[in-house]
Design a protein around this ligand. Structure first.
Ligand code: SAH
Length: 274
């Protein structure tokens, strides 16, 4: 059953793999293409960070396959996942590979797409709202404003080797990107903040942890580069979280949790009272 919309949407052909971004958590942040794909899939292979509520959009006959990390156990290896997608497609299924956020942002979607091409399997990519965009928006932190920043950098704090990425020139990053959004930064935070401060960023610069963004567990902890490690520990900040560094974090004071009716009501009442 396809999604009912008043314009043409591509049909999900048997034997194809669609690499689909599920967004950061809130099911409402799925794209129409993602909802349309779910409605037609025969098999959905999903990661741990996908909100499983959205799986209800798949038809009753669809097979749901989990391919992420659970309970600290090692995740299925990337070649295993790619080979499974290829085998399912060759068996004539409509294979939906569902990933948290955007499939091509630190999501290994690029590796999977290349494996599909190498195997001659037709595919489509459905971008999703990445945690660094959706999470910031739900934290009341605009990713850019004309007053604060002309650039934004998305960075991973965790290389394939498991350590902080050494291929990254942290000093150049510290100098060039006034707003830096770091994924997978919780574990290696001490090294990351030190490298940014060594690169010239002030310990007083605002920083926010945005945890489980856009989900019911959404939580924001505001700190500074200098206090970040102590605040991470004091507040029990845990993955999944994005860390945002830059002046834009201060704008949260004015925008708050706009999606929370009580917060928005208080913000608007304050303005009305002035
Ligand atoms: N493809 C994903 C990123 C996968 S890497 C995307 O585009 O969002 C996994 C990292 O993404 C997590 O460690 C965390 O840094 C971030 N992340 C994903 N979902 C998140 C969420 N709901 N809240 C906060 N961070 C999230």
């Amino acid at each position: 059953m396809a999604l009912s919309v008043p314009f043409a949407m591509p049909a999900f052909q048997p034997g194809w793999v669609w690499l689909v971004g599920a967004g950061p958590g809130d099911p409402g942040l799925l794209t129409l293409h993602a909802a349309h794909a779910l409605a037609q899939a025969d098999v959905v292979v999903h990661d741990a960070l996908v909100n499983t509520d959205v799986l209800a959009l798949a038809p009753a006959h669809a097979e749901i396959v989990f391919a992420g990390k659970r309970g600290g156990k090692p995740s299925a290896s990337q070649p295993d996942i790619s080979n499974r997608l290829i085998a399912l497609a060759r068996a004539g299924r409509r294979v939906l590979r569902l990933k948290g956020g955007d499939p091509f942002i630190f999501g290994r979607g690029g590796e999977e797409a290349r494996a599909l091409v190498a195997a001659g399997v037709p595919f489509r990519v459905v971008p999703g709202i990445t945690a660094g965009i959706g999470g910031l928006a739900y934290a009341g932190i605009p990713a850019t404003t004309r007053d604060t920043n002309a650039a934004i950098a998305f960075v991973t704090g965790h290389a394939a080797s498991g350590s902080v990425p050494d291929t990254l020139d942290w000093t150049a990053l510290a100098r060039s990107a006034s707003v830096i959004v770091i994924y997978m930064a919780v574990k290696h935070l001490p090294i990351i903040v030190q490298r940014l401060m060594d690169g010239g960023r002030s310990p007083d610069e605002p920083l926010a942890f945005i945890c489980s963004a856009t989900t019911p567990d959404h939580r924001v902890v505001v700190s500074t580069l200098g206090r970040a490690v102590a605040d991470r520990d004091a507040h029990g900040v845990a993955a999944p979280a994005v860390v945002v560094v830059g002046e834009v974090v201060r704008l949260r004071e004015q925008l708050g949790c706009w999606w929370d009716p009580a917060d928005l009501g208080a913000l608007l009442a304050d303005v009305a009272a002035e």
